[in-house]
Design a protein around this ligand. Structure first.
Ligand code: FAD
Length: 354
């Protein structure tokens, strides 16, 4: 491994690989470090992506796609069901992340697994290998694509302040589904439960905002939710492969400081109402990579500020609207059935100015 790069990317999730891929395609020398043993493993995702994303990526290999989904059904607290057209795909997220990393490699990116970025020292970034040995690299630009508890964000003094816990299990479906389902219920405070089909199985999970009298323990609430689905005959058999993760629900105002920038969950780019973050991770990762390559080529970190403008233009409006809707949702949770049209993306009222 050489120790001088144009760009160091910390984290090989969809944000990091997209940034690295775009930067290398623009001519930069890029190193990605990933602390996991293998990119994408273990999966911490419900594995739904909008169909549009696939078009944007123009992947040749589509082996990671599990099934098509045409609609989303929202089951409201009073039992009514609101169906919205939502063309998408459920995927093997580990294979998706690995494919993105492969495309980055093919563009010339060096990716090191089992290497964690642990600190900065005299202008170098300190890396720790799995065995514990330390090394140092220098880069003109550092991109933090290291998820909701970003280490690079800590170096920058920037922290995503609001995160909510999410828990999920895999179950067997009683019959295949061509749609996703989301469930709103007073016990699932500030979020929803989901059933996202993967052929004869499904990812069943929920997120619950914390810090309110309405907050309930996620694990017990997920058990109740799974019991409800079983009782309704939607799922059968035992649950397996559970996963836990944190979902950012408020973007940072700025994602750039000095020669460092943040992308994906590290910048809080997850949608604060739906919790979906893969499309923004890919889009903003790409924008960050292009911008970083230019800043590195011109030796001008000041150019990184353009990325802040770019992500605000691309996803800022949608994220800020969702932040506002989340405030209503959390404050008026006791009126859940009445406020949902303003607080869930499946209703036209959601997009109206209040
Ligand atoms: C339960 C759950 C379900 C979800 N379902 C969906 C869904 O269906 N659809 C959707 O679009 N989004 C979903 N999301 C959100 C989505 O998973 C994230 O928004 C997305 O993973 C963000 O990508 P990222 O690249 O920013 O971060 P990540 O995918 O978290 O990648 C960050 C990477 O950085 C690595 N890393 C961290 N620190 C270091 C370090 N110091 N050194 C080196 N490497 C480091 C990590 O190991 C990790 O691989 C879900 C989230 C959760 C928790």
């Amino acid at each position: 491994m050489i120790s001088e790069y144009d760009i160091l990317v910390v984290g090989a999730g969809p944000a990091g690989s997209s940034a690295a891929w775009a930067a290398a395609a623009a001519g930069a020398r890029v190193l990605v470090v990933e602390r996991r043993k293998a990119v994408g493993v273990p999966v911490r995702c419900a594995e739904f992506i909008p169909r549009l994303l696939l078009g944007e990526l123009s992947f040749r290999d589509r082996g990671f796609v599990v099934q098509a989904v045409r609609a989303m059904r929202a089951v409201l607290p009073d039992g009514t069901v609101k169906e919205t057209r939502a063309p998408g795909l459920t995927i093997h997220r580990d294979q998706f992340d690995q494919l993105l990393a492969d495309y980055a490699r093919q563009a010339g990116v060096e990716i090191l697994e089992q290497v964690r970025a642990v600190g900065t020292e005299d202008g170098f970034v300190v890396l720790k290998q799995a065995g514990g040995s330390l090394s140092r690299v220098r880069a003109k630009v550092i991109i933090g694509a290291d998820g909701p508890h970003s280490t690079v964000g800590r170096w920058m003094g920037l922290r995503v302040r609001r995160l909510i816990p999410a828990l999920q299990v895999r179950v067997s479906l009683s019959k295949p589904m061509e749609h996703t389902e989301v469930y709103f219920h007073p016990w699932i405070y500030g979020a929803y439960g989901w059933v996202f089909p993967k052929d004869d199985q499904a990812n069943v999970g929920l997120a619950i905002a914390q810090g309110s009298k309405w907050s309930r323990p996620p694990k017990a609430t997920l058990e109740w939710f799974v019991g409800r689905l079983r009782h309704e005959g939607k799922i059968k058999g035992p649950t397996y492969s559970s996963t836990f993760g944190w979902i950012p629900v408020e973007p940072l105002q700025t994602a750039v400081k000095g020669n460092m920038m943040l992308v994906g969950d590290a910048a809080g780019h997850t949608h604060p109402i739906t919790g979906a973050g893969v499309p923004q991770a890919v889009a903003c990762g790409k924008a960050a990579g292009i911008c970083a390559a230019e800043a590195a080529a011109k030796n001008d970190p000041g150019l990184l500020k353009r990325y802040d403008q770019q992500w605000q233009e691309d996803v800022g409006e949608a994220l800020h609207l969702a932040v506002e809707r989340r405030k209503i949702l959390e404050r008026q949770w006791h009126l859940l059935n009445d406020i949902l049209p303003y607080c869930w993306i499946g209703f036209k009222e959601y997009y109206e100015r209040t």
